[in-house]
Design a binder for this molecule. Sequence first.
Ligand SMILES: NC(=O)c1ccc[n+]([C@@H]2O[C@H](COP(=O)([O-])OP(=O)(O)OC[C@H]3O[C@@H](n4cnc5c(N)ncnc54)[C@H](OP(=O)(O)O)[C@@H]3O)[C@@H](O)[C@H]2O)c1
Length: 345
Amino acid sequence: MSYQGVFVESDIKRNSVIAVTMATSRQGTGVVKELSNTNKYKIRAITRNTKSSKAIELGRLKNVELVKGDLMDPESLNKAFEGVDVIFGNTTPTKGWKLFRGSIVRSYEMEQGFNLINQVKFAFEKGQLNHFIFSSISKAKDPLKNDPAPGHFTSKWDIEEYIEKVGLKQITTVLRPVSYFENFENKLPGYSISKEIFPGIVGKNFKWQTIAVDDIGKWVRGVLSKPEKYKNQSINIAGEELTGLEMAMLLQRLISSEGIQTNYVMIPRVAIKLLEYDIGVMADWIERSGYGADMNKLKMIQKELNIVPTSLKDWLKEKLEIQNKKRSSWSGQWKTSQWKLQWDK
Ligand SMILES: NC(=O)c1ccc[n+]([C@@H]2O[C@H](COP(=O)([O-])OP(=O)(O)OC[C@H]3O[C@@H](n4cnc5c(N)ncnc54)[C@H](OP(=O)(O)O)[C@@H]3O)[C@@H](O)[C@H]2O)c1
C-alpha cells in the first residue's frame, strides 16, 4: 500500500516496471541482464536506437522491452518513464572526440542530468514512481582540500546535488562505482592487456579501487531487495582495492605454468592527457585523493544484499578461458608467449 507518496517494501511487487536509461552502455547492459535474470521485474531498456545490434541483443532477454529515449530530449524521457515504478538513471560525458579535449564534455553530461532528474520528478509527482537509483561516481567523504577532481566526476556529484535540490533525495539511492575492470581492456597500441602487460593509469604502488561493470547490476538488484533501507543513501561501490603491481601479480599467478613474466605498465600521464585530458586529471586525482569506498563496510552490505562481488582474479580467469577457447578453435601455430589477449567485447 502507498499513502501520500510514502511506500513500504511490499510496494515493490512482482513485475514492477523498471526503466533503465542508457541500457546499451556497459553499466546499463549489466543492470538489464541482472534484473532480467531475477524474473521479478518488467524492464524497460531505454536507448536512442532500438535497432542497434546491442539493443537487439538486450531486447532478446526475458522481461525486457526496448524503448526509445534520449537524455538530451526531455519529451522522449517523459514518454519512456510513463507508468514505471523504478528508474535506474545514468548519464554520459562522452561526446565526439576532439584534439586536446578528448571526448569528455562536462556540459553535455550536466544537460542530461538536469533532463533526467526533471523527468524523474514528473514521474514521481504522477504517483507511480517510488524509487530512483542514480549511478554517479565514487566520492571520498572528506576529499583533499583544493584537489581538482575530474570534470566527469564533478558533473555527477553536481547532479546528485540537483536530486536533493528538487526534493527527490528521499526516494533516491545513489550508487557510486569506482573504475571498471573493463578499462584494462583498452586498445591503446603498446598498452593493451596481454599475458606480458597489465596496463594501468596510475603509479604501480598506488592503491586503486576497481569493480567489474556487471557488479553494478548486482548492486541494483540488491538495493531493490531492501528499497526502504537504501533510499536516501549514497554508497561508494568497489570490488577490489589493489595496487597495479598486485593486479599484475594476480595475472602472473594465473599463468604461472607458462613461464611468462607479467609486468605492470603505466600509460604515460602525458599521453593520457593528450588523448583524453580528463582521464589524466582522474589519474592524478586517484593517486592523491583516491576513490574512498569503504571496503570493510561494503563487505557487510554485500552480505545483507546477497551480492557476491566479482574478484579481479575471477574476472581475469574468465577472460583467459574465453581466449583459450578461441585459441583452440584457431588452426594457426601460435606460441603462447606471442599470443596477445584480444579481449574483444
Ligand atoms: N569507465 C569507468 O571506469 C567508469 C566508472 C564509473 C562510472 N563511469 C561512468 O559510467 C557512465 C556510463 O559509462 P559506460 O562506460 O557504461 O557507457 P558506455 O558503454 O560508453 O555507453 C554509453 C552509452 O550511452 C548512451 N548514450 C549516449 N548519449 C546518450 C544520450 N544523449 N541519451 C541517452 N543515451 C545516450 C549510448 O546508448 P545508445 O546509443 O544506445 O542510446 C551508449 O550505449 C559514464 O558516465 C561514465 O563516466 C565509468
